[in-house]
Design a protein around this ligand. Structure first.
Ligand SMILES: NC(=O)c1ccc[n+]([C@@H]2O[C@H](COP(=O)([O-])OP(=O)(O)OC[C@H]3O[C@@H](n4cnc5c(N)ncnc54)[C@H](O)[C@@H]3O)[C@@H](O)[C@H]2O)c1
Length: 280
């Protein structure tokens, strides 16, 4: 059901690659709620992904940009302001990539060139987007910027690798820039810390199937889906959350506040007793 929560609002959505992408679901939901937006991704993603389908569905224009390139971001913001004949109201940063993860290099064996790329793509790009938007005065007062994060920013999770450091940096940028942009323009900046989700990026995380099962068993409300994440993003872009800023907001069915659940303990005990039986 749509509520017209984003009627009249304009924005930029980074990171819709295919219909599993969280950004894809956000675009669909934002469109349903009355928003107009530009879609952006890297030229490579535009070649291999399905963004044309989404653009058609949402009546959106696509402007290619590598989120690590300030020149690309300047072009993106300028062209977006031309399209909408003025400022915008929201930005979604749904961008991440680690070559160390992709190439299966472990955290104590990372390649440092790849590490720097991870930080640039997955965290520093957020700062670059904010800095470009601010310099070009692209966001209306009371605008809203959201980036997607993961609990590995606070807790050690096996296999998340250098992406954990990138997410810590991403959340820190939301706080640091959130103060400045909030003070000057009343613009709010938040990160949403989402449950593990089966997407192209998610599938790259080591042991994702077991992880999805574990977090689902641990969370009283179960894992949050990409579509549910899109619902949450829409509320943060809407005027209903005007005083929420500089926060890392967990959207994970309660996982982040759990230590052990009955559901997880039952499975753990079952596998323990099986191991005991096998050892006898
Ligand atoms: N899937 C999960 O389990 C999960 C959980 C928590 C947070 N997140 C975060 O959600 C966000 C979206 O990921 P997703 O799961 O939808 O996967 P996805 O693979 O669909 O999206 C990642 C996007 O990043 C884009 N990208 C990569 N390098 C880029 C660059 N240099 N410039 C611009 N775009 C670039 C890709 O083209 C892709 O569209 C990421 O920040 C991810 O870390 C995902």
């Amino acid at each position: 059901m749509a509520y017209n929560l984003l009627k009249g609002k304009k924005g930029i959505i980074f990171g819709a690659l295919n219909d599993m992408s969280i950004a894809w679901k956000v675009a669909e939901k934002a469109h349903e709620e009355g928003a107009e937006f530009v879609l952006t991704n890297t030229p490579t993603a535009l070649r291999f992904g399905d963004m044309d389908v989404l653009a058609k569905k949402c009546n959106a224009q696509i402007i290619p940009a590598d989120a690590t390139s300030v020149a690309d971001l300047e072009n993106l913001v300028e062209k977006t302001m031309e399209i909408f004949d003025g400022k915008i109201d929201f930005i979604l940063h749904s961008v991440a990539m680690s070559l160390n993860v992709r190439k299966g290099l472990l955290y104590d064996e990372v390649n440092y060139n790849y590490f720097q790329k991870t930080l640039d793509i997955s965290a520093l790009s957020f700062h670059k987007i904010l800095q470009v938007a601010r310099k070009k005065d692209a966001l209306n007062d009371w605008g809203s910027v959201v980036a997607l994060s993961y609990i590995a920013a606070q807790r050690s999770l096996y296999g998340y690798n250098d992406m954990a450091d990138a997410k810590s940096m991403l959340e820190s940028i939301a706080r640091s820039f959130g103060y400045i942009y909030g003070r000057d323009k009343k613009i709010r900046i938040n990160t949403i810390s989402q449950s593990p989700t089966l997407t192209t990026a998610g599938a790259g995380v080591k042991g994702i199937d077991g992880l999805l099962d574990f977090t689902n068993r641990m969370s009283p409300l179960g894992n949050a889906t990409a579509a549910e994440c899109a619902d949450y993003c829409v509320t943060l872009f809407s005027d209903l959350t005007r005083k929420v800023t500089m926060q890392n907001l967990f959207h994970d069915g309660g996982f982040s506040n759990m230590g052990m659940s009955l559901n997880a303990m039952e499975v753990y005990n079952k596998s323990l007793s099986q191991e005991e039986r096998e050892n006898k």
